[in-house]
Write a protein that binds this ligand. Structure first.
Ligand SMILES: [Zn+2]
Length: 510
């Protein structure tokens, strides 16, 4: 987020009174909130703590997590929340176990009649989606540039694929290559061997795959086996089989090409190393008078990347000020206001998720073992990277058109003096935020924020400080829209937690 320019400050002064006037004219159900400086200061103070170097970039399973959760838990306790884990063995902090996997061992050998041809690390890379996968002496079927034979023909066989796509379908090769490999594996192949005859090199494939992959522990592992071989390396095998790469390419380009065996067998083996990360979701609750009538859920991810730059860079920590100290600060201020206000009918849950940056894993863990039945959640609101836009910005909805709660949301937002953007552009980001996991579990979830009301500003953040060490609390950081978002969420929670405005047990029923 760039420092607010003079022009921005000018616009802010002009727009804020105009928005208040509009809101007054719209005959709101409640007094129209408009951003107040005290609230902006509170958001700023929380962000300054969470995004300080002292919190080490809030990486799951590190002392940065301990500091973050200890501090945040104490804040929520002081506000008056109670533990929301509903698990006396684990108050406040719900354990989440994440497994990080990296390729560890790779072996490729090919047999032609009685000859065995070994490949070294410079010529072949074998990868598995599981812990250890092996095929031994399985026949190779040449499938050209990715023709997919019927399942029966592929089962138990190894598909040999040319990496270079047909001339009429050349897209970025890595995208296309993996799509074809996945289709062949889904089609029943025991493994897929790709001959790197196109622009991709073995080094580039290896570099892409050398990053750890993350998953929740206990998640079923695949056993997919993929191998990549250099064209030069595989030419030796083809020569032994009295063929050549040229012959394969000519063959693949024939209009009547059908997959066929080559008289070559494959021995492929790969293992993965695993590291366990023990981390936590923080869950608080504001108990309602009628918990049997369901609950409202608010969430924001607390985690970020820890140390993310290499020397000689001077600042090595990714502090994650906007992403997502801003969302956690907003969540905390919403809790503070609701706790001070009149009692609510439904329970309100506050969830600070872990491992969002590793693939929405904390949200997934919450959905897999929720502290309350997911179907009893009448509405859920995610807050991610909200410190983007100035006061007076319209709100955009990530998840627009995807839930039944939208008419109520629009009504509450308008009553609160907020313009609601009609754009569906925010939905481009639907899969990149925790709400996506809840939607998959049929929890009506949206992210409604000023940050998505001005897509050009948001894009500037994504192009700039996003996921970089420069995402720090800068002087003059824009919090006007975030403060208005806090007030909007307070109004939304009051609406959805009230049995008069939002009767019934669950939107699945009504
Ligand atoms: Zn992020």
């Amino acid at each position: 987020m760039k420092r607010a320019s003079a022009a921005t400050k000018w616009r802010r002064r002009r727009i804020a009174p105009a928005a208040a006037l509009l809101a007054a004219l719209a005959l709101p159900l409640r007094a129209a909130p408009h951003a107040d400086r005290a609230l902006e200061q509170q958001l700023l103070a929380t962000m300054q703590v969470l995004a300080s170097d002292d919190f080490l970039g809030r990486e799951p399973g590190t002392p940065g997590e301990t500091k973050t959760l200890r501090w945040l838990g104490a804040q929520w306790f002081d506000i008056g929340l109670v533990s929301g884990t509903n698990d006396p063995a684990h108050p406040w902090f719900a354990p989440v176990t994440v497994i990080a996997r990296r390729p560890a061992f790779s072996l490729a050998r090919f047999g032609v009649r009685e000859h065995v041809i070994g490949f070294d690390d410079q010529q072949a890379l074998v990868l598995t989606s599981g812990r250890r996968s092996l095929v031994e002496g399985a026949p190779l079927d040449f499938v050209g540039r990715g023709s997919i034979p019927p399942r029966a023909e592929l089962a138990g066989r190894v598909a040999l694929l040319l990496d270079r796509a047909p001339p009429d379908q050349r897209e970025p090769d890595d995208v296309q290559g993996s799509a074809r490999q996945n289709a062949l594996l889904a089609g029943g192949a025991a493994a897929v061997v790709t001959i790197l005859d196109g622009p991709r090199s073995l080094a580039s494939v290896a570099a892409r795959r050398d990053r750890p992959g993350y998953a929740l522990s206990g998640e079923a592992l695949g056993g997919d086996l993929e191998a990549f071989v250099t064209a030069a390396g595989f030419a030796r095998v083809l020569a032994e089989a009295r063929s050549s790469l040229d012959a394969l390419e000519r063959d693949a380009d024939r209009p009547d090409f059908t997959p066929h065996p080559l008289g070559i067998t494959a021995h492929l083996e790969a293992t993965t190393s695993e590291t366990t990360i023990r981390t936590h979701n923080l869950i608080g609750k504001l108990p309602g008078r009628h918990p049997e009538a369901g609950a409202v859920l608010l969430l924001a991810h607390w985690d970020h990347f820890g140390t993310c730059a290499q020397p000689p860079a001077e600042h090595l920590i990714c502090n994650g000020a906007i992403d997502n100290a801003s969302g956690v600060a907003a969540l905390t201020e919403i809790a503070r206001r609701l706790a001070k206000g009149p009692p609510l009918d439904r329970d309100v849950y506050f969830l600070a998720t872990t491992a969002e940056e590793l693939g929405l894993l904390g949200a997934e863990a919450f959905a897999e073992s929720p502290p309350l039945p997911l179907r009893s959640i009448v509405a859920a609101f995610n807050l991610d990277s909200v410190a983007i836009a100035p006061a007076g910005t319209a709100v955009g909805i990530v998840g627009k058109g995807m839930t039944g709660i939208e008419p109520d949301i629009v009504r509450v937002a308008r009553a609160a003096g907020r313009r609601v953007s009609d754009s569906t552009a925010p939905n481009t980001y639907i899969g990149r935020q925790d709400g996506w996991v809840l939607l998959h579990h049929d929890v009506p979830t949206v992210m409604i924020t000023s940050a998505y009301g001005d897509m050009a500003r948001l894009q500037k953040f994504f192009d700039g400080d996003y996921h970089r060490p420069s995402d720090v609390v800068k002087p003059g950081i824009e919090l006007g829209g975030a403060a208005e978002d806090v007030l909007l969420h307070v109004a939304l929670v009051r609406w959805f937690a009230d049995l008069k405005t939002r009767p019934g047990a669950s939107p699945m029923v009504h």
